[in-house]
Design a protein around this ligand. Structure first.
Ligand SMILES: O=P(O)(O)OC[C@H]1O[C@H](O[C@H]2O[C@H](CO)[C@@H](O)[C@H](O)[C@H]2O)[C@H](O)[C@@H](O)[C@@H]1O
Ligand SMILES: O=c1ccn([C@@H]2O[C@H](COP(=O)(O)OP(=O)(O)O)[C@@H](O)[C@H]2O)c(=O)[nH]1
Length: 842
């Protein structure tokens, strides 16, 4: 049945992990077992792969075994076949019959969640889901016991969607691939699954994800985009700063095994017997597990219609259907069995006679040789899957038809429909009339056409073998890992928080530059909040403390307009730069504009019209406008529709309103921005800095800079601005006098001091929530920014002072309110309570 090379060789080591082992155990007596080949295409496909690798197979052995002695005996027999059992005692029913085959299987095949037993659905769902996770952990435990460094772990199918995550959590260095043998559904169907996000996140931790067809990949990517909001590209899914590669690997069979088998004397003998048995008749063959996805009732209805409409054929054709028993403990499968039996009875009753029956329905599996004989003598193979990952039966038929060149009638909803579509007659299995006509066409097809069609199919099946599938997947997996190691090397490190705090507390004149949206704003996932941006309330005390520290200057540099910044920061002692620095102020003063006097804003009205047109037609999109820019945002719209609309919108803009205007157009992740040519944050910061130094009459050079935000790529020049200053370590106040376009007529002073005395180790730039950045470091989310600012606000006192309850902080000037005093003191007290760890839970 299987051939394994026992010698430990130089072949790459591979742990294949699938729900099923290639053999299933059947108890034959006390401590004795017989091992039989497991049913299904996954096993057939994988058997064609294993010889290229030093493979061990991890999976369920097909039985529950509780007794330790028996477990050991079975483990030993399986080890001879390089199989390692996972005993799923206690969870198997809820995991396999319940969650895998009662919930996931119908969802993956577009059949929707079961609707019966509505009253206890929650209970059932949760119990099954827990069992599913537990079973995945049981697989993990067995893998850990058998894993050797350098092994590749290839996880298979919907049974094991949590396994990649568990493996990576256990050891991030394990190479993990995951392949889905079933289809992946449209996002509209997948969305109904209660645990939809967790499952997606779990598989995305693998290094490579494989699917049979491009359609399944397309569905998976768009599901990730719609459910997790992550970006799907031709490379894969960008998730948590890394790309999870997603690609198409159509499985195949081992064609030579079928060709060889058809030539065996006992098989040719079986063929002779079968031919005699069906002499004078054409044979239509069906081979399917008795599963609702295989469309067996639809097949029978189409055959019935064919017989109805073609009396000539009634005694000249038989349909032989092998209906392999499967998943008998799932209620839907039992119902299907009786439904199918009812149909067979009706059709045989209508069109049969004493001497012949039109349908030969067998509720059993057949051995491999006999299966090959059946494939070889059939005139037509009828595959009517309503949805099927690949359907290897159609490949196997083609491989066995070298002599006969029979016709394959194949559902367009099977993955094989895409690979064998040229040679097969493709049908929609739901369309009984179409399938009935295809049967007729197949039976009447001239030999020449059969030969041509067969040639196409055979060529495909022969060249796209299981061996190729396995080696393609494995080499892509190795390539992906090498690439992602390079990627990881290029990803900036996480911000070293302790270092920042220490260097901050040791500095004499610090500058903190912060973005607003996505950095200081409250956590926000609603359109209404987006329209009314607010400072994270948790930051209020912290910001006040930082702003009032005489050794610290805080600047908020934002795309937002003056009103928003005024509303949020009016009460702080802070510097504000609105619209990327077009306007600037200290909160105690007035806004100063740096807009060139002759700035042309003629484009604004027509751009507004275009934006309005698209906002009206894109639900949940909106426009934000300021004096020098307009932004169309589709973050809350359907992402794919939003993207498509953004492409159209840009075409409208280029064709009209902005064709000759001096504007920049910036395409963000979920937005299109048009603004007057002018500032980037990097260009603005030099001028703002000059202004600050001048107005604060700074005499001590700035020796610490922390700069962080969720900035557009074009604004990331703010991070590089300071890099160049570190090299020269100088920023003369002349910078300020360069802004000659300023329409503010205040007298400009020249200060000859060096404004910056910034050492490399005292400069911290950190992009929030982006892995690809020009900043030195990355910060996961705005929560981490908040946390750091909290710590900086108390850093001076914790690092340099030793204080006691009696030395509580007093406001530095009378404007500081009682709340601030209370806040600082509470932090200090807390600090004293928790010791010197710097961990302050606010
Ligand atoms: O293990 P079972 O529950 O008895 O089911 C048998 C297998 O059915 C599914 O097979 C799929 O894999 C084939 C090979 O990739 C593919 O051609 C077919 O379209 C699929 O239905 C299931 O995905 C496997 O896990 C099962 O082992
Ligand atoms: O009595 C049988 C009839 C068929 N098969 C095998 O079951 C697999 C069915 O795979 P397919 O991809 O067509 O569908 P699946 O059952 O995996 O959904 C094929 O390799 C068949 O050779 C089997 O093991 N026993």
């Amino acid at each position: 049945m299987m051939h394994y090379d026992d010698a430990r060789s130089e072949r790459p080591r591979l742990l294949v992990v699938a729900n099923r082992l290639p053999v299933s155990a059947k108890r034959t007596g006390e401590n004795s077992w017989s091992l039989e080949m497991s049913p299904g295409g996954l096993v057939s496909g994988l058997l064609g792969v294993t010889s290229q690798f030093d493979t061990k197979w991890v999976g369920w052995p097909g039985v529950d075994v509780y007794n330790e002695v028996e477990k050991n005996a079975l483990t030993k027999s399986l080890a001879e076949m390089k199989c390692i059992p996972v005993f799923l005692n206690g969870v198997f029913d809820q995991y396999y019959n319940g969650y895998c085959n009662g919930i996931l299987w119908p969802i993956l095949h577009h059949m929707g969640l079961p609707q019966e037993d509505q009253h206890d659905t929650n209970q059932t769902f949760e119990t099954q889901y827990d069992a599913y996770k537990k079973a995945n952990r049981m697989f993990l435990d067995v893998i850990i016991q058998n894993y050797e460094e350098g092994d590749t772990v290839w996880c298979h199918d919907y049974h094991l969607m949590f396994l990649p995550q568990y493996l990576k959590e256990h050891n991030n260095k394990i190479k993990v691939g995951w392949f889905l043998h079933s289809p992946f559904p449209s996002s509209e169907v997948y969305k109904t699954l209660p645990s939809r996000s967790e499952l997606l996140r779990a598989v995305l931790t693998a290094d490579l994800l494989g699917f049979h067809t491009y359609d399944f990949v397309r569905h998976f990517l768009s599901t990730c985009t719609r459910i997790l909001g992550v970006e799907g590209t031709h490379e894969g899914v960008v998730y948590q700063g890394r790309v999870t590669r997603v690609a198409v690997f159509p499985i195949g069979i081992d064609p030579d095994r079928f060709i060889r088998t058809c030539k065996l004397p006992e098989v040719t003998q079986q063929m002779t017997v079968l031919k005699e048995r069906f002499a004078g008749k054409k044979v239509i063959l069906g081979v399917d597990r008795l599963d609702m996805i295989k469309g067996i009732p639809q097949k029978y209805l189409a055959f019935e219609k064919f017989l109805e409409e073609n009396p000539y054929w009634r005694d000249k054709v038989v349909l032989v259907q092998i209906a392999v028993p499967t998943r008998n403990d799932v209620p839907e499968y039992r119902k299907l069995k009786s439904q199918v039996h009812g149909l067979v009875g009706r059709i045989n009753g209508r069109f049969g006679s004493v001497s012949s029956l039109p349908i030969h329905h067998l509720d059993c599996s057949v051995d491999f040789n006999y299966l090959c004989a059946l494939y070889a003598i059939a005139d037509v193979m009828l595959v009517t899957s309503l949805r099927d990952g690949m359907n290897l039966v159609s490949y196997e038929f083609v491989a066995c038809q070298e002599a006969k060149k029979g016709v394959l009638v194949l559902s367009e909803f099977a993955g094989a429909g895409q690979s064998l579509g040229v040679g097969a007659l493709l049908v929609n299995p739901w369309d009984v009339t179409e399938v009935s006509s295809a049967i007729k066409e197949a039976l009447n097809m001239p030999a020449e056409e059969r030969e041509t069609r067969h040639k196409f199919n055979f060529q495909y099946v022969y060249t796209h073998s299981a061996k190729k599938w396995g080696s393609d997947f494995m080499s892509e997996l190795n390539g992906t890992i090498a690439e992602s190691e390079m990627q990881i090397r290029n990803i900036p490190h996480g911000l070293p928080q302790q270092d920042v705090i220490q260097r901050y507390s040791q500095s004499n004149n610090r500058l903190i530059i912060l973005g607003f949206c996505g950095t200081l704003t409250e956590q926000n996932n609603s359109l209404s909040k987006e329209m009314d941006l607010k400072l994270n309330p948790e930051l209020k005390g912290t910001l006040k403390a930082l702003c009032n520290d005489p050794k610290t200057t805080v600047v908020v540099l934002s795309r937002s307009d003056k009103n928003i910044l005024d509303k949020n920061f009016g009460e702080y002692n802070i510097w504000l730069a609105a619209e990327n620095g077009m306007f600037e102020k200290h909160t105690t003063g007035e806004w100063v504009t740096y807009m060139p006097q002759n700035m042309n804003l003629d484009w604004v009205d027509s751009v507004k019209n275009v934006f309005k047109y698209f906002t009206d037609r894109t639900p949940r999109s909106f426009v934000k406008s300021s004096e020098t820019s307009l932004v169309w945002n589709y973050e809350y719209a359907d992402v794919e529709f939003g993207r498509a609309q953004a492409r159209d919108l840009l075409q409208y803009l280029w064709a009209g309103p902005i064709s000759n205007a001096s504007v920049d157009v910036v395409r963000g992740n979920h937005s299109v921005e048009v603004h007057a040519i002018g500032e980037t944050k990097g260009a603005a910061i030099g001028r703002i800095l000059g202004e600050i130094v001048y107005r604060k009459s700074m005499t001590t050079p700035i020796d610490f800079v922390f700069c962080s935000g969720y900035f557009l790529e074009k604004d990331e020049d703010i991070y590089t601005f300071f890099e160049s200053k570190i090299l020269s370590s100088k920023l003369s106040h002349e910078t300020r006098s360069k802004s000659s376009s300023c329409n503010n007529s205040r007298k400009k002073k020249k200060i000859s001091m060096n404004v910056l005395d910034l050492k490399k180790e005292n400069y911290f730039s950190a992009a929030t929530g982006q892995a690809r950045t020009k900043a030195r470091y990355v910060i996961d989310s705005s929560l981490d920014v908040v946390d750091l600012l909290h710590k900086l606000a108390v850093a001076d006192t914790t690092m340099t002072d030793s204080f006691s309850d009696s030395e509580l902080y007093e406001p530095r000037n009378e404007n500081e309110n009682a709340n601030l005093k209370r806040w600082i003191n509470s932090v200090r007290r807390r600090k004293m309570e928790i010791g010197d760890t710097g961990q302050i839970g606010m």
